[in-house]
Design a protein around this ligand. Sequence first.
Ligand code: MSP
Length: 695
Amino acid sequence: MDKGKTFYITTPIYYVNARPHIGHAYTTIVCDAIARRKRLLGYDTFFLTGTDEHGQKIERSATAAGTTPQKFADSVASEFRALFERMGITYNDFIRTTEPRHKQGAQELWKRLQEKGFIYKGTYTGQYCVSDEAYIDGAKPGDPCPDCGRITETVSEENYYFKLSAFADKLLKHYQQHPDFIRPETRRNEVIAFVKSGLRDLSVSRSTFKWGIPVPGDPKHVMYVWLDALSNYCTAAGFGSKEQDEQEKFKRYWPADVHMIGKEIIRFHAVYWPAFLMAADLPLPKAVIAHGWLLFEESKMSKSRGNIVRAESVIEVMGNDALRYFLLREVPFGQDGSFSFDAVVQRYNSDLANDLGNLSSRTLTMINRYFGGSIPYPSPLVAKKGADDAIRDQAQATIAEFNQLFDEYQFNRALECAWTLVASVNKYLVEQEPWIVAEKEGEENKARLATILYTAAEALRIVTALTSPVLPESAEKIWQQLGLGDITKFNLSDLKWGQLPLGGKLGKVEPVFPRADKSTIERMQQMEQERGRSSAPQPAAVAQTSTSATSAPAGEGARPGQPATQAAHGPTDAAPAPKPAPAAPNGKISIDDFLKVEMRVGQVKHAEKVKGADKLLRLEVDIGSEVRQVVAGIALAYEPEKLIGRKVVIVANLAPRKLRGLESNGMIVAASAGAEDRPVLASFLEDVPVGAKLK
Ligand code: MSP
């Protein structure tokens, strides 16, 4: 195969501090659909995914989970891999940044940058966002990170710097000469504005923690996690390897054709990464494509917000294709889209069970019934020009339009256009009434029946071929029912009207999309709750979707009938209502209920009064894996300055809640003392590590 026929596509590599959820599945499914299509078009396709395993965030999550970063990473990386297998993702390689091949390649890249004079040593003092693993220029102590909103930490380190400032003009020139390098247009404009506003040199090493790839020649430092992570796109393709076949692989596939990413990591991919590559004299990827977020209950699905849905809950109940179809059809690519179980079921029933399912089952059942399961010969003598030709013409036009829209990443519109054809064929069947024609005597009627069913079956074949990258499992079934064998062997670039083999034998005809009923939604919700419960004791997997608060909020958020334990952040309506666990006798709760509450030791890093609210304090509390902002109703009992450094108990898995416009991410546990219900913070007599779990 010549080099022109290769196609290299990557997903971002996933952080292992969170277990996989539907947001991660989304990026991966989009890439899988593109990769499958390219394979069907005859490209030698290399589809890469993997996990991003270094950095302080992961180190802290591992400590909080009471394990080593490596074991922690091993366990979450294998969850990602298992999920992708289960989802039928056809990745060609799964890279982990803790693998020797990656470390070697990343160090090789570092050496190149250094040899070419783009890395130097300097000192940085300023604010750092641990969650994003990024320095926040211009931020003051206590300021939140402008990207993720989490409170930044003050750090001062001697670091290595990359001369990013030297690349501003070259980057701008590249964007101008390659208008398709960053897509969609809004992201491209954003990036151009960012680069035009000036680029500062970038700190590319850390010495305050150890969990990373050692800097070649100076192992006190580890490589900045984004330099480490971005280089995966090259190292997985063989960069830095001494093996000849790996070197050839690199020549063959690099530069990548598409880096598919979420919109929040565009700067890393469209500014830093091309600058690193330019500095190393390596070719740049052809395109960086940013998709929007999957929202659940109006906000981005994420671990820290606690509004996560797992892909397993959908695929185990409704199958892989239902999730793939929903994500690609419902979310206008590039924009944010909402996820709900309800919407998945509606989409499935209307488009798959009704439209495509009906077309497939009635066409094939009639071919079985009236033609003994052989594809009938259409007859020009009985053709109804208007009706039959209209379907043929529409099908031909659909092929062209679908291809164009799909290649422009407008998946929802491509699918919409295929479904317009499905609707037309269903309407054609209703109007042509083959079941009535079948009851009439004579050769002419038989020929007319053959023509109608051939037309419907041929249109079905075309829709199936076009949509198979999105619906691989169902398309394979329909293809076999059409008697066409293995769909993965089909060359999609040959697709045109009139290729259905006349007289060909159908396979066994069975329904492909059984209708989903009300219980489907309940089953998915139930699975979600069960998963939430079973993951509760594993801090590695803190990703609660349901919260079970033990107390009502105190202070400004107080509700009547306050119990003896107080807190400043109560349950919120935003969290999906958990199904009540079976009540234990005498009003007691079950151990399962208790395990739903994740209580941890936190340390107050910063405290201040909340303007206009006498009872509230805004706290920043280090809980081991991250620093949380909590708004607590304890201002009448505690001076903010006296709380700094104090260890407290925090309920860490409450859904966030806004108090006086401030997001509170957790609840500080306090007793309610005396007649005036004075809050008294829960504390420990012995020393306890930050992040330790209470159980
Ligand atoms: N490790 C970095 C990427 C390094 S690439 C060299 C990272 N990891 S991540 O796990 O946080 O995110 C990986 C991808 O998942 C991103 O593209 C991100 O946008 C996507 N998603 C995570 N949550 C998502 C949603 N709720 N919705 C859509 N995509 C989301 O960033």
